[in-house]
Design a protein around this ligand. Sequence first.
Ligand code: SAH
Length: 238
Amino acid sequence: MRIAIMGAMLEEVEPFLELSEHEPLLKYFKKHNDIEYGGNVYHEAKYKNHEIILGYSKIGKVNATLTAATMIEKFGAEMLLFTGVAGGVNPKLKIGDLIAATQLCQHDLDITAFGHPHGYVPEGAVYVKPSANLLHLAKEVADEKDIDLIGGIIATGDQFVADKSRKDWIKNTFEADAIEMEGAAVAVVCEAFNIPFFIMRSISDTADEGAVEDFDEFLKHSSQRSSSFIVSMLDKIK
Ligand code: SAH
């Protein structure tokens, strides 16, 4: 199968690309071709029976939309796995913990002036759901590795949330468990093209006043946790 692996920032996909530090991951991905397209670099690689297209979009919903659509339409991805970091909202989520999105929404999409709910536009839906099969697979991986994987709602918006009142508003409005800036955009693209997808995030911060410092400190470690989980999932995909 041709599988897209996508992050938003270089640091989020670096575990797949760096040679020395992450040998176990890299041994599968080191033979890659780099292709520049639409302002980004896409890496084609092989992993067991799969062809991989790997890349990062740059931050935010517009960039994420461009990359997800490119991976599908230009590079022929038949499945998309997203790996990265997020701000934790559910108090059960500590820094480094993993969350698999069971639903995604856009917290900054607002035509409530017309009487619609937050996150809704006509012909759309507030929540988009990832592939049930991939979520099931993720649960298997988590059980085998004894990882406490939380499934939950990820709220996406073009805003780094580092403010408790904004965080609480998002939590209460969408029942969100984590906040980031790309997942729901990727979800909308994949759903439109009928491509099974999975969005994994490892917690880098808790989206409140200490978020910037925590993010900088834990970005690398949390990115690695998310990436290695994705590699374990690849092992299970037929
Ligand atoms: N430090 C970076 C900016 C990071 S923006 C720079 O200066 O260039 C945060 C990124 O991590 C986004 O891609 C987003 O998806 C995710 N993220 C992590 N914590 C977040 C939070 N609290 N709010 C929103 N996005 C968050």
